[in-house]
Design a protein around this ligand. Structure first.
Ligand code: FCB
Length: 471
């Protein structure tokens, strides 16, 4: 008996060692290292129709978005009595883009950009339930006209984190009928602008909205309720499908997509089986679930110890493109003794960080593109990628590395059709207020003066190189 037991133990240990060895040496994701020099030597393969863009969102740049949940949230305190936004800042006039859009379109042109991603502010367009402000739609039409006249493709997001107050008071995306409410707004905007706009993004980052608003409590409504987080995540995905259908009814030819935020999750140590399993779970739950929903129409989600959700919308393939917002990777360690059963781990000492504290990890962009490409052949637009770097010392190499990784992905057969740097200019970065600076252009918020950051010239240089290589 004892012999059998010993043999069994030895077998288990061998299997574990084998699994660890495989993870250490073979895992294609965590060991992926893209050699910068060989990337630099590759010819550029961005097609003629590749969109070179910059991104913004209404709340972060327009100013005067006083009728929405964020504007209210900014003035409240957390349970410990601290302001919600760094140093108690408020968004207020932001970058005054509402009034300065013409000047800002010139900024796009200066860098040879061919596309501009911006959002329409729901709380301005529909200030009261069912009441639509024509003057606001007029404004957005003028923006679109100005872009078109400048040869720049408008790429519009319908929902980028903010909700009108009336919608929030009713329960926001916790409501079962929230998809129809958002779809009614989407239809209205597309009826007005659809003849001039080809690209429509329904919802920006449903995963971030649900996690920050209902799990971590850093975004409104600042709740810590994992069950509700799952419900809201599901309703946002349902809302995407409802918007997709509503837009297609108005404009069958429109290109409609959803914007997924993908942070790559990795184990801090590749041999730790529990951390490896945790990273796998997080990647599936946070990112793969969104892409799978798009392709299958099914939302399958489970949070061990909290609950699970299985929802079949009955509509497969309700998208024309995937928008990918990629910034970095996160390392988590499994920890049974914490409430969340995991703790964030500091990056490795050699990691290079941004002002946000995120690791600069261009390989993650390749991995995210590969994850999406293995599930759909439809076009992918990188709708956000950028660096918080006030010193501007790292921006040029950040842009170069991420674009070269994108070039490699195209070379490897992935259907990447555009890249939008976040952000065109410094803006109100949610809980960080004006403290982190992503902009291609620096903004002096006292005077609203825009100044091109030197590092941003790398973007223009690559765009021009790409044009040249096609001549
Ligand atoms: C994304 C948001 C965007 C911006 C960047 C830094 O998650 O979509 O509005 O704040 O992060």
């Amino acid at each position: 008996m004892k012999k059998v037991f010993t043999a069994f133990t030895v077998l288990i240990v061998l299997v574990l060692l084998y699994a660890i060895a495989i993870l250490w040496f073979r895992d294609p994701d965590t060991v992926l290292v893209l050699d910068r020099n060989s990337l630099r030597n590759e010819s550029l393969r961005f097609g003629k129709d590749f969109l070179w863009g910059a991104s913004t969102s209404a709340y972060q740049v327009e100013g005067n978005c006083t009728n929405c949940n964020w504007s209210q949230f900014e003035t409240t305190l957390d349970p410990q009595g601290h302001p919600r936004i760094a140093r108690g800042q408020i968004c207020g006039p932001a970058a005054d883009h509402w009034n300065r859009y013409k000047e800002d379109i010139l900024l796009l042109k200066e860098l040879h950009l061919t596309a501009f991603r911006f959002s329409v502010e729901w709380s301005k367009v529909e200030p009261e339930e069912g009441v639509f402000a024509d003057s606001v739609l007029d404004h957005y039409e003028r923006v679109v006209d100005e872009l078109r006249a400048s040869g720049i493709e408008p790429f519009i997001t319908l929902h980028h984190f903010t909700n009108p107050l009336w919608f929030d008071r009713k329960g926001g995306f916790e409501r079962d009928d929230s998809p129809e409410i958002l779809a009614r707004f989407a239809a209205k905007v597309v009826q007005r602008l659809g003849s001039k706009v080809r690209f429509w993004s329904t919802i920006n980052e449903p995963n971030i909205y649900a996690v920050e608003g209902y799990f971590r409590g850093t975004f409104p409504p600042a709740q810590h309720d994992p069950k509700k987080a799952i419900l809201v995540f599901r309703n946002l995905l349902r809302a995407h499908t409802a918007c997709f259908q509503a837009i297609k009814q108005v404009r069958p030819e429109a290109h409609v997509g959803l914007l997924a935020n993908i942070f790559v999750f990795d184990p801090p140590e590749r041999w730790n089986l529990l951390d490896v399993m945790l990273a796998h779970y997080l990647n599936e739950a946070f990112s793969v679930s969104v892409i799978d929903y798009l392709t299958t129409g099914v939302f399958d989600f489970s949070l061990p110890g909290v609950g699970s959700e299985h929802f079949d919308s009955g509509v497969r393939e309700a998208f024309d493109f995937v928008g990918l917002n990629y910034y970095s990777r996160l390392l988590y360690h499994f920890d049974l003794f914490t409430e969340e059963k995991m703790v964030a781990v500091q990056y490795l000492p050699r990691a290079e960080l941004t002002d946000k504290g995120w690791e600069i990890y261009p390989e993650g962009l390749y991995r995210a593109l590969r994850m999406i490409s293995s599930r759909t052949a439809k076009p992918i637009y990188i709708t956000e990628n950028g660096i918080a770097d006030d010193s501007d010392l790292k921006r040029a190499s950040f842009i170069e590395d991420h674009l070269l990784v994108t070039n490699r992905a195209i070379h490897d057969g992935m259907n990447v059709k555009g890249y939008f740097y976040w952000s065109l200019m410094d803006n109100f970065e949610w809980v960080d207020g004006f403290d982190v600076r992503f902009g291609l252009y620096a903004v002096d918020f006292a005077t609203q003066k825009r100044t091109l950051r030197k590092g941003s010239l790398k973007y223009k240089e690559i765009i021009m190189q790409s044009e040249k290589s096609r001549e």
